[in-house]
Design a protein around this ligand. Structure first.
Ligand code: ZN
Length: 335
């Protein structure tokens, strides 16, 4: 499931593949952008903001030909539950397009970073790239789930099942896209005090819900919620206002540490460098199993994320379902 660390890694991959390159053609398969075209623009930056991906594009070189206007644009996407961006090598696509060859998604053409030999190049790098790509995606996404394609001379970046694909003027990013987000836990401008202030402003909310509200702080998803609460021995339903002194700071600092430790790892883990075959998490997905700290059976709980707005615009999808969490009735007992 995509959380701040996956988004960070996806952006890193997209940045290596796209930044500085000119878009040769684009293809948006969402109704609102059906006629949009960003070809001719240069990819200026790829930026993660919480769980949002912002691909910033330069102004159009020839404004007259473009409906979307001449000014710099930002292509926004959100991974939600199962979205992913992948990068394909166009040279390999050309090979596949020859008679007898058939081009197919996904994984037909693993991405090789630019600068490496195209032919007779290192196999290791392709395997590496494949590992890196597959770490965050569920294999099996087909072409019908494609929502956006950006093609440069070298690569094709494809957004599978990404949500809320929008093009907005870059100067309106804050107003239209991410201005409502709390401090970005993986951002260069991470502000712990501000996050604590926002969390504390609603003392009656359950900590398990408040941590996931991207308006408080951006980047935490269900995995880090479950793990952070377990590791800090916090009952998920206890209200923010009733936490002991210093506890909120401890919880958020821990979440920050866990996400940072994982941001460059291909395999997410909260238990350190787990040996092969050992569990990667303390509690996430482990309801019914014994607690690794006290031996009690981990319980399965449901937490209502219905109030967590994904986007400030009321017309857009909010999270509406109950999410399953695992917790230890002994280590995380309510006081
Ligand atoms: Zn326990």
């Amino acid at each position: 499931m995509p959380e701040g660390d996956s988004v960070y890694r996806q952006c890193k991959m997209l940045r290596e593949a796209l930044e500085g390159a000119v878009i040769e053609s684009s293809d948006f398969r969402v109704p609102a952008l059906a006629t949009s075209d960003v070809s001719g623009r240069t990819v200026v930056a790829v930026v993660p903001r919480g769980k949002h991906i912002l691909i910033r594009l330069s102004g159009a070189p020839d404004a007259a030909e473009l409906k979307s206007g001449a000014e710099p644009l930002t292509l926004h996407s959100h991974l939600m539950m199962d979205g992913t961006w992948r990068v394909f090598d166009r040279q390999q696509d050309d090979d596949a397009a020859r008679p007898g060859g058939r081009r197919s998604y996904p994984g037909a053409s693993p991405y090789r970073p630019r600068g490496q030999a195209r032919r007779g190049g290192s196999v290791r790098s392709a395997a590496e790239a494949r590992t890196r790509v597959s770490a965050d995606v569920s294999i099996g996404q087909g072409s019908h789930t494609i929502r956006a394609i950006l093609r440069t001379k070298d690569v094709e970046a494809v957004g599978f099942d990404v949500k809320d694909v929008r093009l907005v003027p870059t100067r309106l990013e804050d107003r239209e896209l991410v201005g409502y987000l709390g401090p970005d836990i993986l951002g260069p401008d991470w502000d712990l005090e501000k996050a604590l202030e926002r969390l504390s402003a609603q003392p009656d909310r359950a900590i398990g819900t408040a941590l996931m509200d991207q308006r408080n702080l951006a980047g935490i998803g269900n995995v880090y919620r479950v793990e952070t609460l377990f590791m800090s021995r916090t009952n998920p339903w206890v209200t923010v206002g009733s936490l002991p002194d210093g506890k909120l700071r401890e919880i958020v600092t821990l979440a920050h540490k866990l996400l940072h430790l994982n941001k460059d790892r291909s395999m997410r883990s909260t238990v350190g460098q787990a040996p092969q075959g050992r569990p990667l998490f303390w509690a996430y997905g482990k309801d019914g199993q014994p607690c690794r700290r006290c031996g009690a059976v981990l319980k399965r709980g449901e937490i209502d994320d219905a109030l967590l707005t994904v986007d400030p615009a009321p017309s857009r999808t909010a999270v509406q379902h109950l999410r399953t969490i695992a917790w230890c009735p002994r280590c995380q007992a309510a006081e």
